[in-house]
Structure formats: structure tokens, C-alpha cells
Design a protein around this ligand. Sequence first.
Ligand SMILES: C[S@@+](CC[C@H](N)C(=O)[O-])C[C@H]1O[C@@H](n2cnc3c(N)ncnc32)[C@H](O)[C@@H]1O
Length: 457
Amino acid sequence: MKAKQKCPVRIGKAYQIEITDLTHDGEGIGRVDDFAVFVPEALPGDVVLGRVISTKKTYARALIEKILTESEQRIKPFCPQAESCGGCQLAYMGYEYQLAWKQKRVQDAIRRIGRIEAEVLPIIGMDNPEGYRNKSQFPVGLQDNRLVMGFYQKRSHNIVDTDYCRIQHPLINKAAKVVKQALIDLNIEPYNEQNHTGVVRHAVIRTSFSRKTLMVIFVTRTNEFPHQGELVAELTKKLPELTSIYQNVNPKVTNVIFGYESRLLWGEAYLLDQIGDLEFAISPRSFFQVNPHQTKVLYDLAKETAGLTGKETVWDLYCGIGTIGLYLASDAEKVIGVETVPEAVEDARFNADLNGIRHAEFYTGKAEDLAPKLLDQGLKPDVVIVDPPRRGCDPSLLETIQKVQVPKVVYVSCNPSTLARDLGILVEAGYRVESVQPVDMFPDTSHVECVTLMSRL
Ligand SMILES: C[S@@+](CC[C@H](N)C(=O)[O-])C[C@H]1O[C@@H](n2cnc3c(N)ncnc32)[C@H](O)[C@@H]1O
């Protein structure tokens, strides 16, 4: 047995580190005396002087003090905030290399975690990988007695005061400037995270790419929202694209952004956007894919992969506002969606009506709890689509899928590690991986989406 290695590095000391690989989160990996050291913003091919900031049993983390030799893949970030903002882990990497790394990340996960030999198709990237996001959640706070709004600094809850983000849609950048100035001009109290006082915690801004409209949601600690009337007047005057202003109340000491209660302060209840020929109504708290260009690519792939003939019952599990199920509905006999957030289920039903779709039903609850109940009601699926959050599917849901021997499973995933784990379980239970298609929904970040088809052997 290999003896356990003692940590050879000390916190506060700097070491020369050659970067040879990347972690799942896009941090560089190098070694000091054969001990792994993770270095954020370092790329394979870099040799850096890294100062150690923390040590664990099997690895340490160091920050770049100086780049001694630059990797050929290193670029000067396009974003002026890249050095301070913690949002884009891959801002220092050329886009072609980002795509190659994401492709390898998916391949490695499938092989190592899932223990499956399956071909991973070439990743579908973006032609113009900027301005792609339709939603931004800006923390609001107080620094040096000044209201600040922007993004969290790397590895901290300090707010980098900015109203520009390269990956946001330009309308969101425009709205962020106006919102911040209005909060300052009206002397609205920002949240103080240290002592849990103040009013506005976050300004969440969503935009509709198809309609060029905006929804602004102020997340407040308190029920009372002083100066809200003047705020509404100011924003509607300065932002003609605005269609809704909401207040969401979150009184808890928590990192979770939204509270349960949302109140419409002005305008329409929903933001309306379009994917393909379908229109979708989106409530403040509902999930909607953040990159509309690539969402169409993703949903077209899901549709093609499902290969429907018009006779199938399709389960759309983790359905959000019903987007995937409704997108496929014209080719299915029946669509059944399941989702935990009640507002999203209401949106899904509304969206079915909005698009004249009568053969789709949506239920509130956990996919793992409702799946057996749907079977009890005789609603056996021919195709199951799952699109879970990063933690992947609950094991009991995978058990239900195996038990029913669903002929086809389309797995849409935003986390290759949990995707690979779940595929491994289904392969053990008699499924075959037919295709794995990565799609880059999140350029400049370490995230990658995949559509995988599995069929029953
Ligand atoms: C990645 S999103 C996918 C939404 C949708 N398919 C889409 O493309 O917009 C995952 C969704 O799963 C929901 N969710 C989380 N846990 C769930 C569970 N156990 N059962 C059902 N839905 C769940 C979340 O609220 C979220 O809307």
C-alpha cells in the first residue's frame, strides 16, 4: 500500500509550480514534491510562482504571484473586471481551448466516473461567445459608506462595484447602471451582510432576447420597501424596455438569493420570451435557461434525440416552466411535466395554454416522489427526459426508470460528474449510451451542458 504523503508545502510560502492539468472547476493543477497544488487562473503550460493560501490532506491551493512562463493558450482577458470578479473562471483561456477542455472534461467523466466507453460527439460552441446571458443577480451592499452593486469578488463576499459584465446581454448592463444610480439617488438602504440590517440585498435583472424587454426584481430583507413608488417612477422613466418590476422578500440570514414571497410593484406578471416557434412566460423565481441562442440548439437536440413519432407518452422531469416538454409536444401523444417550484408549474400550465398545447399536464413535486404515483395512475412513459440541477437525479428516480424499463431516456445535464455517475447506474441496469453531445451554454465559465440518449438493451 502506498504510504500517505505528508503535505510538503506551507501556507504563506511561494513555490515554483508547473501546471499540467485542470480541475473540474477550471483551476490549474501542478505538483510540488509530487503533492497536488491547485492554482486558480493558471493554465496547462504555465509555470508560475504560486503562494499557498490553504492546505488539505490531499491538495493545497495557491494564488499566482508571478507567471514565469506563459502557456500558449493564455490570452489577455476581454473583460476589464476579470482580475477581481469571481464569475468567469476561464477568462484567461482562448475560446477554442475552452471548448477542447470542456470536451475532454465530459469524456474523462464518462470514462472515469461512469466507467463507460462511449463516444462523445464534438462540442457545439458559440460563434460569438459574449453578451449571451439573459439573467444577472447583482448583490447590493455598503462599502466605505457608499452603495455598491456588482459581483462577488473571487473567494469572498466583497462586492466588486461594477455595472458591466461581458457575458451579459447589453440591455442588462444598461439596466444595471440605471438601477444602481436610482438606488443611490433615492438613498435606499443597501443590505449589510455583517449585521443583517438594511433593505435591498440583490437586484436581479432578466431580459427577453426576442422582445428586448426587461424584468427587475429587488430582493429585500424587509417587508417594507421605502421609496418604492419613486423607484418605480425613476426606472420606468429611464428604461423604456421595462415591462415588470417586482419586490421579493427574503428576511433570512442565508446565501440563497430569493425568499418565497414575490410582489408585483409595476407592470406585467411575466417576462415573455421565445424559443423556436414557442412563447414562454417566465415568473421572477422560475428557472429559464440563461443562454437563449444555445437553448434552441439544446432543445433541438433533445427533440431530435428523443426521435418521437407522435404516439409516445413523454415524461419531462425537472421541467422548470415546461420548456422542453412543450418544445417536443407537437411530436408526442402526451407530455407530463414534474417540477418542485410551484410558480414554475403554474408558468408551465400557462405556457401550454399560451401555445395552444392541450395534451401537456404539469405537476408540482419531486420527480423521485411523483414518478411512482404517475405509474400508479397508468401513465407509463415511452420516453423520459430528465434535466436535473447540478446534483443529478435522485437514486430512487433511477430505480423507477429501471423498474419500468423505459425504452428511451434523454438526459440533459449541466454537470458531467453527476451525469456520468447516473449513466453508470443506468448502464449497470441494462441501458446503453447511444450518444453524448456536449453544448457550450456558458462560455468563459467552467460549466458545460450535455444531451445524452440512452436506450434499453
Ligand atoms: C436545470 S433546471 C431545468 C429546467 C427546464 N428543463 C429547462 O430547460 O428550463 C432544473 C429544474 O429542476 C427543478 N428541481 C430541482 N429538484 C427537483 C426535483 N427533485 N424534482 C423535480 N424538479 C426539481 C428546479 O426547480 C429547476 O427548475
